[in-house]
Design a protein around this ligand. Structure first.
Ligand code: PRX
Length: 635
């Protein structure tokens, strides 16, 4: 019996039970039957949750890119691996076959080696959504270099912090990128970032917007001529199952971003398996995930998951609103997309526009539609179901995280009955539990609690780069022996899960996971600011938006508050990126603090939401009078 594909609900329960009772047999069989290995493992899993020490497929030898590309060549060499849909729809789309992808990745891998990159070196990739981004990632993985992709919307200081944290030797970037009717000068941002990055020796630059840029002698080189000269013959590195594959930074509750480390074999098995099942992937499907490859969704479900299954995957350079709001629907028609995977924030933004933008396109090719990144509200769910899925395509509301590597709780298309706003059931191998405040597991259904996972799965991140203690403290200490997700959830009467949102200091804005601490740090660096506190509040399109309470220094700040608010937002943009800008800023004279000096965010959240009904117990506040003052200031 094969466990790789779940055909119906009964089989789901069978596989699920097997994965809980005999996880080693379950994952061992999947790994053995669906991938090529240089050498088999001795243990399927070896772990100590208390120490946050988790290993899958110990001692196995493998190369993930051989599994993504080489092994498909005999059967699928002329099949399209990547469809590149450019920002401007009048520019021709590219169809890159598996043979061509192989050739491009091998050339790039040789360039990297010639430029001094070898196994274990870190390479920062700061590129727009162009084929070079996929090729660079795969070339790193082919030679065992650890890729650290930084989303091309981050500012210079965010880029340099990430480069320095993992001591990248090289940066791969481009002259710039197109985004709707704008261009973004990526190389200028890299130049500024690298002023503070002594570890970077080389910069390779792809050409995209043909802008005039500075090339620093001895450091910067154009990528194209190097690729032209490179051989397309490349021997892949033999990797250990637990060798790091990539680092991807995510926000945390302190100012420093967390470099989540994913390793090779477990991530490979898990992304391939979840892609195949959740989206009901079949051989001739065309899969389109609209995320940016700079986030985990793009890593796992634009690149690795689809390519591991020999699929055709779309890389979309543009934005949903350019040249008009029909771009998504037009692109689905154009490429006959069968699975479409996007974020609630995009759905809400498009639902607000004229319905004709979507009705113009019959979207008959679609069979499954997906949602990821934040809770999908009921209205958006129904709009998506009625107008995009035509009530015939199941919606897979997939819950997961950068830390989990792949989808964790989600309907399996055509298997799990869906329910609006519910991520429904855990995938095989995933053992979710809800915990109460006393750290006890909450049994039964119709309950609410903090969502933890009590058994390791192959895709879990193994550590935080350079800081295993922080990994342990963040994920394994709140509920000893369990992985704490930071999310709250409810379990309904049949055992379906609904994610209710973050229970920590992370706010999801337009599907982007933003820590409030780094934003506060950025604001506090403004010379006029003494202190600040950021909270999220509900927003029609973005899901959540950011509200900042700011205390100014007592140096007789006389500037116009409106200008100051603009400056503060510019400051955030410069330090983190425009995605972290505040929607509202309120200047206050104090913040509600407990006697131990902790800001009571619960109260600020209520004020930001405009809910003044019940602030709960404020007797532990050092300065209870400030609550009234802040509330009055807002009104
Ligand atoms: O709060 C959850 C929310 O996004 C967080 C993870 O963010 P990130 O690491 O950036 O990864 C996003 C893409 C996987 C989670 O802790 N989240 C993600 N998917 C959902 C969700 N919340 C509700 N429903 C979802 N389907």
């Amino acid at each position: 019996m094969s466990y790789y594909k779940i055909e119906n609900l009964e089989q789901y329960f069978k596989h699920y039970n097997k994965s809980v009772r005999e996880p080693r047999k379950f994952w061992g069989k999947i790994a053995e039957e669906n991938f090529t290995w240089y050498q088999q493992w001795d243990k399927v899993v070896d772990f100590n949750m208390a120490e946050a020490d988790i290993k899958w497929f110990t001692e196995a030898k493998v190369n993930i890119v051989k599994n993504c590309i080489d092994r498909h060549l005999a059967k699928r060499g002329e099949k399209t691996a990547i469809i590149f849909e450019p920002n401007d729809p009048s520019e021709a789309a590219l169809h890159i076959t598996y043979n061509e992808l192989h050739q491009r990745v091998c050339k790039m891998a040789n360039v990297l080696r010639e430029q001094g990159i070898s196994k274990g070196d870190r390479v920062c990739i700061y590129l727009p959504m162009i084929p070079e981004l996929a090729v660079s990632i795969l070339a790193c993985a082919r030679i065992g270099a650890i890729h650290s992709v930084v989303f091309a919307g981050f500012s210079a200081s965010a880029v340099s912090a990430r480069i320095n944290d993992s001591e990248c030797k090289m940066v791969i970037t481009s002259d710039g990128g197109f985004r709707g009717n704008k261009t973004i000068d990526l190389k200028v941002i890299v130049d500024e970032a690298l002023e503070k990055c002594p570890c970077v020796e080389k910069v390779l630059v792809a050409k995209r917007i043909h802008s005039k840029i500075n090339m620093k002698a001895g450091r910067d080189q154009w990528l194209e001529p190097l690729l032209d000269q490179a051989s397309d013959n490349n021997v892949a590195e033999i990797m250990d199952a637990e060798d790091p594959l990539f680092i991807l930074y995510t926000s945390g509750s302190t100012g420093k971003p967390k470099g989540m480390v994913h390793t090779t074999a477990g991530y490979m098995v898990y992304t391939a398996y979840t892609f195949k099942n959740v989206f009901n992937y079949e051989e001739n499907d065309v899969f389109w995930c609209t995320a940016d490859i700079g986030w985990i969704t793009g890593h796992s479900y634009i690149l690795y998951g689809p390519l591991l299954n020999g699929a055709t995957t779309v890389i979309f350079e543009g934005v949903p609103s350019y040249p008009d709001f029909s771009r998504f629907w037009q692109t689905i028609e154009k490429h006959k997309v069968t699975q479409f995977y996007t974020a609630p924030t995009a759905i809400r933004a498009l639902a607000k526009e004229n319905i004709d933008f979507v009705l113009k396109y019959p979207l008959k090719s679609l069979k499954v539609i997906g949602s990821v990144g934040e809770p999908i509200n009921e209205e958006a769910w129904h709009w998506y179901n009625n107008h995009v899925g035509d009530r015939r395509c199941p919606i897979v509301d997939t819950w997961w995280q950068t830390e989990t590597g792949g989808i964790m709780i989600s309907p399996i298309a055509f298997v799990t009955p869906t329910k609006p706003t519910y991520a429904t059931l855990p995938l095989p191998g995933i053992q979710p539990v809800l915990m109460d405040e006393k750290r006890n597991e909450i049994e039964g259904n119709q309950v609410v609690g903090s969502l933890c996972i009590k058994f390791p799965w192959p895709g879990i991140a193994r550590t935080i780069w350079g800081d295993h203690q922080r990994y342990k403290d963040t994920y394994f200490s709140a509920f000893p022996g369990k992985f704490f997700t930071g999310d709250g959830a409810l379990r309904d009467e049949v055992g379906y899960y609904r994610i209710t949102g973050r229970v920590d200091d992370v706010v999801i804005v337009s599907g982007h996971n933003l820590g409030t601490a780094p934003i506060e740090d950025a604001i506090n660096e403004h010379p006029a600011v003494a202190e600040s506190a950021i909270v999220g509040f509900p927003h029609d399109i973005k899901g959540n938006a950011l509200y900042g309470f700011v205390i100014l220094k007592e140096t007789g700040e006389t500037r116009n508050k409106e200008n100051l608010a603009k400056e503060i937002n510019q400051h955030i943009s410069d330090h983190i990126g425009p995605i972290a800008k505040l929607d509202k800023i309120q200047f206050v004279t104090g913040l509600p603090k407990t006697r131990s000096g902790k800001i009571m965010r619960r109260i600020l959240r209520k004020i930001a939401e405009g809910d003044y009904s019940n602030f709960g117990d404020i007797s532990t506040l050092l300065n209870p009078e400030i609550v009234e003052e802040i509330k009055e200031g807002k009104l």
